[in-house]
Design a protein around this ligand. Structure first.
Ligand SMILES: [Mn+2]
Length: 347
């Protein structure tokens, strides 16, 4: 009985299977396909790309990964030394391709330095994503569902719908995608399917302790020292459920950390009891401040981020603002307070 329930969860919906078949019908053996994802690729972007590259290789389709920013060191283990071609760099990497697949975003602007080249592409561009489309949808065929816990869930559905083999390397990539996008199966997108697919991936050879070690137990001393300094900036407004934290522009140099090591800092203010909205301000030092919004409960931070031209999900969004740290903080916090007072109505 239990097995039947889980089997039902693992199969993709008819709609999703139809979208997958329509998308796959646009590809042919012998094609060269570029895969891309948003700037500062995360576990879902990287895991989905490395899994899809391997799946399409089974169909005689060559893939190259062309991302707007370098592949994060912490996800290098997902590449292995086989089919995943990362050698193409920048817009030049899009030359000579037969199609482009954009994963984990549906907003051309989040392709950063590749956005212009993608706008000018004359080959088909398709999208595999679980976000609401942004202001400038990438267009073309889409396999999209905001109900998917991760883009990796949709790539898993591609594998199953097309009857492709989920090798241990593919399973590991998809598990990394789902593990990271669900916050280790803690966020509200942790659906029954997320667990059912994770179970299937474990059965396909994923070692969960190894995945924990490779993804979460790789912290540098500099990261912890930076966190100590960042926590020193923590401020809370318990009556509103607002918590915020910031880092100065020189922290990466001072603590010898990479940009990706700043990921997750926002989870600390978010974890404070009673917090509905957590904000992380990162001064980039050239008149720009990156602002990350996280929420718990009924607060839709995408609505807040979109005021500044940003986007994301209801519970995790971000935006880039122009100005100095203090000025941006003052503006965003004033807006956040007003937003939180009205959030119960906005839902
Ligand atoms: Mn994602």
């Amino acid at each position: 009985m239990t097995a039947l329930v889980v089997d039902g969860l693992v199969s993709a919906s008819a709609d999703r299977q139809a979208a997958i078949r329509a998308w796959f019908a646009s590809l042919r053996p012998g094609m060269t396909v570029a895969l891309s994802t948003h700037i500062n690729a995360d576990g879902d972007g990287c895991g989905s790309e490395s899994a899809l590259a391997r799946l399409l290789a089974q169909c005689g389709i060559r893939c190259r990964i062309v991302n707007p920013t370098p592949w994060p060191t912490m996800f290098a283990f997902l590449l292995g030394n086989d089919v995943v071609d990362l050698s193409a760099k920048g817009a030049a990497g899009l030359a000579g391709i037969d199609a482009l697949v954009v994963l984990d975003i549906n907003d051309r602007r989040r392709l950063g330095q590749l956005a212009e080249a993608v706008r000018a592409l004359e080959v088909p561009v398709s999208v595999i994503d679980h976000h609401l489309p942004g202001d400038e949808p990438v267009g073309g065929l889409t396999i999209a569902s905001t109900r998917a816990c991760a883009t990796g869930e949709l790539v898993y559905d591609i594998a199953v719908t097309l009857g492709l083999e989920i090798t241990p390397a593919i399973a590991q990539s998809l598990y990394a995608a789902i593990l990271t996008d669900t916050g280790s199966f803690r966020f509200s997108n942790t659906s029954p399917r997320a667990h059912a697919i994770a179970a299937a991936l474990l059965a396909a050879g994923v070692n969960p302790e190894e995945m924990y070690r490779r993804i979460y137990a790789q912290v540098s001393v500099g990261r912890l020292r930076l966190l100590r300094e960042a926590l020193g900036s923590l401020q809370t407004e318990p009556e509103l459920g607002l918590s915020h934290i910031s880092v100065a522009a020189d922290v990466m140099d001072r603590f010898d950390v990479t940009s990706e090591e700043l990921d997750g800092i926002v989870e600390h203010p978010r974890s404070i009891a009673g917090t509905r909205l957590a904000v992380f301000f990162r001064d980039l030092g050239y008149g720009k401040v990156k602002v990350s919004f996280r929420s718990t409960g009924d607060v839709n931070v995408q609505q807040l981020a979109s005021r500044y031209g940003g986007g994301g999900h209801a519970k995790a969004s971000g935006a880039m603002l122009t100005g100095g740290l203090e000025e941006v903080q003052a503006q965003v916090l004033a807006d956040a307070r007003e937003f939180l007072r009205g959030a119960a109505v906005l839902g």
